[in-house]
Design a binder for this molecule. Structure first.
Ligand SMILES: *[C@@H]1O[C@H](CO)[C@@H](O)[C@H](O)[C@H]1NC(C)=O
Ligand SMILES: *[C@@H]1O[C@H](CO)[C@@H](O)[C@H](O)[C@H]1NC(C)=O
Ligand SMILES: CC(=O)N[C@H]1CO[C@H](CO)[C@@H](O)[C@@H]1O
Length: 194
């Protein structure tokens, strides 16, 4: 009787050892991906931030910040400039004046993506350099019909303090110089982030 219950106990122990070793080996094999607890990674309370700045798109003069790098073949030019691609490194400032304090830059590409109006595809990063935002970025991927009063573009993600960010940017032309093509655009950005 005693030996029977002992062997029963032994088989239970062996079963426990077998399954726990299975679990350990599956953990080792699962290195590729694992579930994390968001709170343990500083992701506690999501907050909503509003950023306000002016975007200076300088195409003229000796130091342009926006440079056309491609355009459609002249044999099939569209009146909307369809096909042009512009690379930008535009300063972002706190006020509309061009000597106002710089808080970051808009780096990326805008391309003329509409055959019927001035509709831009915007693919760029806002790279902030001010205070707690220094070194953090927000990524924009959207449509910008530049002659509309207010244009809205999605903020698709971010880095640094803007990890897991999502939101939208509203752009409103502040000044547009018809002679030079230079523009100052007011941006209001609303983002959820941690
Ligand atoms: C800044 O703005 C002033 C006044 O509008 C203008 O005269 C000057 O050329 C601008 N500077 C640059 C670098 O664009
Ligand atoms: C932003 O960070 C860079 C690099 O860490 C540093 O050189 C710079 O002084 C910082 N700027 C501000 C305004 O804090
Ligand atoms: C302005 C112009 O040349 N448009 C031409 C562009 O190409 C299409 C298709 O080949 C023509 O139909 C247009 O006339």
């Amino acid at each position: 009787m005693a030996s029977k219950s002992l062997s029963h106990l032994t088989s239970i122990i062996l079963t426990i050892i077998f399954f726990s070793s299975l679990q350990i080996s599956s953990l080792v094999k699962a290195d590729f991906s694992r579930n994390l607890i968001p709170e343990k990674h500083g992701l506690k309370q999501e907050k909503l931030s509003h950023l306000h700045f002016f975007f200076h798109d300088i195409v003229s003069g000796p130091n342009p910040t926006a440079i056309r790098v491609a355009r459609a073949p002249t044999t099939n030019m569209s009146s909307t400039g369809f096909g042009a691609v512009v690379m930008i490194d535009d300063p972002l400032t706190v006020a509309p004046e061009n000597n106002s304090k710089i808080v970051g830059r808009a780096q990326g590409i805008y391309a003329l993506a509409s055959q019927s109006e001035a509709g831009l595809l915007m693919v760029l990063n806002f790279v902030f350099t001010e205070g707690k935002y220094n070194g953090s970025t927000l990524s924009v991927l959207g449509r910008n019909a530049v002659f509309s009063k207010v244009r809205e573009m999605p903020i698709v993600e971010g880095s640094g303090v803007f990890r897991f960010a999502r939101g939208y940017a509203q752009a409103k032309t502040h000044t547009f110089n018809l002679k030079t093509g230079d523009a100052v655009v007011e941006y209001n950005v609303y983002v959820f982030h941690y």
